[in-house]
Design a protein around this ligand. Structure first.
Ligand code: UD1
Ligand code: CA
Length: 495
């Protein structure tokens, strides 16, 4: 196989992307876990180019910030005024004044190209010993793309931009994809001769092809196998189209790797998600960031997981998890919210309507219903009753509470942090716990119940409640009334 390693790759990413109508530069719009430009860089990386130049202009600092992380070795070329793709390429070639050999040029707004396709263009270029090789595609709807013109023998003669095209040219379905391999020296000479004599008054890189053909240089073309790969993103409709195609690709990849995806059309995930064989994903599931799911686990329906680890055989249903770790065989949901710093031990259970944050919950512990666990460490085998709140915030600071192994917190309790409920301790239902509960003790933090007898007969006389009480055998006897009124006097007669 020919060594098709390019001397350089130039990515044009200076345009504003006017049609996006956005404060964010077009190439930074996100799609499946990466900005558009990130997808382009990912396709380029395996080519191992000698250098990568990225032309920046509109909101250049924002894009530079992204590049500093994504590709620190990239050379930035400033195009302060965006006078067209030809102008952008010219500035790049000027910056790399010593560059010879093959340069691959592509756009920052075409996120679907695969490395294989780029490799095919480079291989063809090298094999043909061409001055320029361009990748074209036959589009069902070529509107807005530059059209490829060919002579009677089928040789490429040039590219006509949509805005400069007449009706006859507009019928051509073969388009310019914006991916080209050039001999750097030839390209440099040609770019210097491109004029801005077109409807947009810009220097078109596409004009380089016509100039090269007119000069008798060797220009060859490769037609893309899959036109969808060549889609450019100019507006948010095309962004959605591209995202859908990328989603289909990612989802198909994981199904081939042994993941069951019951409804691929409603399952979305980013490029940095990792899944193991025998994971099952049910409908309306979104996996973001570095979310990782291990074999045998089931996620969905209706889950959104971001940077979350789901260990083997765990189950997550209708829940939202961000920065959480869910232990082997654990179960979460429905309708729970696991926030960052949640670490759920093996076999633990988070039930319905539970919110957790910075919560380390031990193996086999249960938080089954309607509970908030914030800034907490819970041992193993503990049970947190329905409606418990870890009161972690005093309005100024956050406080941590610990609940020991096999402790039992009764329903409706408030654990006012910082507190320590010892191993095997019990908390009586409805307690407001403001002191530590020693291991093995029962903490009761509530007023003892009193019954004010006959209250309904006096204060709700004639009501349905009074009738029901009477039918149940109660009657406001003197004894009850007198005892009740004593009680009422003691408690200030509050209802
Ligand atoms: C361009 C091509 C068109 C092709 C299509 C493929 C030209 C003149 N037209 O059209 O033939 O079918 O791509 O997707 O090349 N850019 C700069 N500096 C500039 C202008 C643009 O860096 O001064 C960058 C943009 O950021 C973008 C890329 O070049 O990433 C393409 O520019 P865009 O305006 O989107 O061109 P299209 O109209 O899509
Ligand atoms: Ca474009």
């Amino acid at each position: 196989m020919t060594d098709a390693r390019p001397a350089a790759v130039v990515v044009l990413a200076a345009g504003q992307g006017r049609r996006m109508k956005s404060a964010t530069p077009k190439v930074l719009h996100a799609m499946c876990g990466r900005p558009l430009l990130g997808h382009v860089l990912a396709a380029i990386a395996p080519l191992k180019p000698g250098r990568t130049l990225v032309v920046l202009g509109h909101e250049r600092d924002q894009v530079e910030g992204f590049l500093a992380d994504a590709l620190p070795g990239a050379q930035i070329v400033d195009q302060d005024e965006q006078n067209g793709t030809g102008h952008a390429a010219r500035l790049a070639l000027d910056t790399a004044a010593d560059l010879t050999g093959t340069v691959l040029v592509m756009h920052g707004d075409t996120p679907l190209f695969t490395t294989e396709t780029l490799t095919a263009v480079l291989a063809r270029h090298t094999e043909a010993g061409a001055d320029a090789t361009m990748l074209t595609a036959v589009m069902p709807d070529p509107t807005n793309y530059g059209r490829v013109t060919r002579d009677a023998d089928g040789h490429v003669t040039g590219i006509v931009e949509d805005r400069d095209a007449d009706e006859r040219i507009k019928e051509i379905q073969e388009i310019c994809t914006g991916v080209y391999a050039f001999d750097a020296t030839v390209l440099r000479d040609t770019l210097a001769r491109i004029a801005a004599d077109n409807v947009q008054g810009e220097e078109y890189l596409t004009d380089a092809i016509g100039l090269l053909v007119a000069d008798g240089k060797s220009v060859v073309s490769v037609v893309a196998d899959d036109w969808q790969e060549t889609l450019g993103v100019n507006d948010r409709i095309q962004l959605a189209d591209a995202r859908r195609i990328m989603r289909d690709r990612i989802v198909a990849h994981w199904m081939r790797e042994g993941v069951t995806i019951t409804d691929p059309l409603t399952t979305w995930m980013g490029v940095n998600v990792r899944l193991e064989p025998d994971v099952t994903l049910h409908q309306n599931t979104q996996l973001h960031g570095t979310t990782t799911i291990r074999g045998g686990a089931t996620v969905g329906p209706d889950c959104t997981l971001t940077n979350t680890l789901v260990e083997r055989d765990a189950t997550v249903v209708k829940s939202h998890c961000d920065g959480a770790q869910i232990g082997a065989g654990a179960s979460v949901g429905p309708y729970s919210y696991l926030r960052s710093g949640t670490v759920l031990g093996a076999g633990a259970k988070i039930g319905a309507f539970v919110e957790t944050k910075k919560a380390d919950i031990g193996a086999d512990s249960k938080v089954p219903h309607l509970t908030y666990v914030g800034d907490a460490t819970i041992g193993s085998g503990a049970n947190i009753g329905a409606g418990t709140v870890f009161v972690n915030y005093d309005g100024v600071d956050k406080h941590h509470t610990t609940v020991g192994d096999a402790a039992f917190v009764g329903s409706g309790s408030m654990l006012v942090g910082p507190r320590d409920v010892g191993a095997g301790a019990y908390v009586a239902a409805g307690s407001v716990i403001t002191d530590d509960v020693p291991a093995g003790a029962m903490g009761v933090g509530r007023a003892r119940q009193r019954n004010v007898l006959g209250w309904v007969f006096r204060r709700r006389a004639g009501s349905r409640s009074a009738d029901a009480a009477r039918q149940a055998g109660a009657d406001g006897t003197m004894a009850e009334e007198s005892k009740a009124s004593t009680d009422e006097a003691q408690q200030g007669d509050q209802p």
